[in-house]
Design a protein around this ligand. Structure first.
Ligand SMILES: [Mn+2]
Length: 193
């Protein structure tokens, strides 16, 4: 049962995430249409069940909501993975979206780190700044205890680039969290993650 349900409420946001790494319903309602679209891609391409509900201070801007959804998704991944036994641990995906090509490399090795190399990071999709995805994935890496390296290889349409980044992350996560038939224990020479 690789599932988790996490709720987190602060003065800025209230976020609830239900995650099942082995599949299920996908939905997102954060009050930010474009972000919902990206979260739904994430669930679908990770082959996970992912339901996200958030109410945040989006009258201020989208920052708190995007970051806090990232923290709660990260926490849910960490909890759902448990002791991280028998998984592949590493995942990589290079995903095209028309003219855009994006890649993600991840390590579910227990340590947080995130890089976001994206030439489009100062662009916006309607009023959603691409740079916020950097905040989102940093939060996922911290609470999910994983390394996440994201790169835009090419592309000049912000919506395509964001989709490429989310799909690459999702596919890399799916691979890293998958059962490895050659790994019976924790995939680390330290014996613990
Ligand atoms: Mn789209």
């Amino acid at each position: 049962m690789r599932k988790a349900e996490i709720e987190r409420t602060t003065k800025e946001t209230s976020v609830r995430v239900a995650l099942d790494l082995d599949g299920g319903a996908v939905s997102a309602a954060t009050g930010i249409g474009f972000f919902d679209h990206m979260l739904e891609l994430l669930g679908k391409h990770a082959a996970a069940g992912l339901e996200v509900k958030a109410e945040g201070d989006i009258d201020v801007d989208y920052h708190h909501t995007v970051e806090d959804v990232g923290l709660v998704i990260g926490k849910a991944i960490d909890k759902a993975l448990g002791e991280r036994r028998g998984i592949r641990r590493y995942g990589f995906a290079s995903i095209p979206m028309d003219e855009a090509l994006c890649e993600a490399s991840i390590d579910l090795g227990g340590r947080p780190y995130e890089t976001f190399q994206c030439a489009m990071k100062h662009a916006k999709v309607r009023d959603f700044e691409v740079k916020l995805l950097d905040e989102f994935f940093r939060a996922v890496s911290v609470e999910g205890r994983m390394n996440i390296h994201l790169r835009q290889i090419c592309g000049d349409e912000a919506h395509h680039v964001c989709e490429g980044i989310f799909k690459a992350f999702a596919r890399a996560l799916r691979q890293a969290a998958e059962d490895d038939p050659r790994e019976s224990g924790v995939p680390s020479s330290k014996g613990v993650i």
